[in-house]
Design a protein around this ligand. Structure first.
Ligand code: PBG
Length: 305
């Protein structure tokens, strides 16, 4: 009766990794129980997710080709675009979110266009806008820019509006830190940078006030929902943002946060269910309205039973 925080399946977004082909369901070694799936298999997963009361999925694409400029990101017949059309058709009431970034589509694995060894911020914005439009055209309800280029939310908002997609929502990865916790994801999405790191565009984990600056810029530019990433080591940031702004706050319980619980559970060192429920509850208690988590299905099952 006096409990202050309760989790429900409605709080969650479940991530899917989409690969080309048919009948493919590749286990991701560093993320037990997570898979790279072809569209036909992803449809089955999407149905399961929806039946568990989870309102939304986010799609990550592993394209069949990559180049320096990540042009396959805005291919209207790309793996994400095809997946959007097929899942929308099969599960029309499931909210479809897409990750808008270049790292999965560039041959060098960086989130932007590389010029003379540096990221060219403004050249990247052009491609991101094309990618967002292409996702919207294929049926995305929400686009989620995760690249951390400056000015991308404004650029994407303007591009979507001009193309008639004024109802498409922007969930911006507003405070995205340069984190060691993304390791397993980069295996899952085959998106590790071939050289250097992402510290010139992702945030320094030592900075707290900078998150407020990043969030207020994104809201000014048109973000409808702002996200903090990672979640567990950044609960102070989630709390600050919740206190200082009125837009919905999302938190990304990232791959490394998932894998470390899985690994400890496999060793018999932690009780998996109790641990992830405690972590998810803490993220919500800190102020997250929405939690993006690889544990979404398991947590929803537990919460329903
Ligand atoms: C793309 C992106 C990443 C994640 C989500 N979108 C990787 C990165 O920035 O390196 C990581 C998610 C996770 O670790 O679960 N930029």
């Amino acid at each position: 009766m006096v409990r202050e925080t309760s989790l429900t399946p409605q709080d969650f977004i479940y991530p899917l990794f989409i690969v080309p082909g048919k009948g493919v369901k590749n286990p991701i070694p560093s993320m037990p129980d997570c898979f790279q799936e072809s569209i036909d298999r992803a449809i089955e997963t999407a149905k399961e997710v929806f039946s568990l009361g989870i309102p939304a999925i986010i799609l990550f694409g592993i394209p069949s080709y990559k180049d320096e400029k990540g042009t396959s990101a805005y291919d209207d017949n790309g793996v994400i675009q095809q997946a959007l059309r097929a899942i929308k058709d099969a599960v029309p009431d499931l909210i479809l979110i897409t990750d808008v970034c270049l790292c999965e589509y560039t041959s060098h694995g960086h989130c932007g266009i590389v010029k003379n060894g540096n990221i060219d911020n403004d050249a990247t914005l052009e491609i991101l806008a094309l990618e967002a439009i292409s996702h919207a055209k294929a049926g995305a309800d929400i686009v989620a820019p995760s690249d951390m280029m400056d000015g991308r939310v404004g650029k994407i908002r303007k591009a979507l509006d001009e193309e008639g997609y004024c109802d498409v929502i922007i969930l911006s990865y507003a405070a995205k830190y340069s984190s060691a916790f993304y390791g397993p994801f980069r295996e899952a999405a085959q998106s590790a940078p071939a050289f250097g790191d992402r510290r010139s565009y992702q945030m320094d984990p030592a900075n707290r006030r900078e998150a407020l600056r990043e969030v207020s810029l994104d809201i000014e530019e048109g973000a409808d929902i702002v996200m903090v990433k990672p979640a567990l080591a950044y609960l102070d940031i989630i709390s600050d943002i919740k206190m200082n702004f009125t837009v919905p706050v999302a938190a990304y319980n990232v791959s490394g946060e998932y894998s470390m619980i899985k690994a400890a559970a496999q060793m018999g060192w932690l009780n998996e269910e109790a641990t992830f429920l405690e972590v998810l509850t803490s993220i919500k208690r800190a102020g997250a309205d929405i939690i993006l988590t690889y544990y979404a299905k398991k947590a929803a099952q537990l919460l329903q039973s």
